[in-house]
Design a protein around this ligand. Sequence first.
Ligand code: AMP
Length: 193
Amino acid sequence: MKSITVFCGSSFGSHDIYKEQTFLLGKTLARQDIQLVYGGSETGLMGTVANGVLSENGKVIGVLPQFLQTKEIAHKNLTELIIVETMHERKTKMNELCDGVIVLPGGYGTLEEFFEMITWAQLGLHKKPIGILNIDGFYDDLINLVQTMVDKGFLKQANKDMVLISENIDDLLDQMRNYEAPTVGKWISKEEI
Ligand code: AMP
């Protein structure tokens, strides 16, 4: 993997561990020569992951919609800042530029970005690994809900298993490197192959 998109909160959250692990993820990406693609802001965990990469002289590409430039204040020290027109363009560009996705704690925006990427993967539109860094069990309830979707017949187990999960950065990156997209998609059953 040469380039990873990180989706995360534009806030810091209520515990220091979110910020600490986010900064460490940034450092780890830089040390492994992996470029960061993210939302381009200096606010919250978004700014923290960028600062982690930059602290190790790594490369960071920010993708920011014009109308958010003042609200999500643009980070001033990025390797490159790409300004786009819309939120949709932002996600398309972030997808184009990466070969894997990591999701950190965040709010609605983070979850929206995560679910769009995983639904695109489920439809076979891309084959990139998507990992949740489950810092301090932040995503436990979401993982339980996804299991309920499987148990109640709304999601295939194979599509659940597409989401890679770990509380540990190195373990998550290893899982992502070894990931192979399933041949069974949402609309194709094993019998039809
Ligand atoms: P949040 O997790 O709500 O703090 O937001 C994290 C990032 O997601 C911010 O850069 C938001 O601009 C972005 N975001 C919020 N809503 C959306 C959306 N509907 N589509 C794409 N990105 C979004």
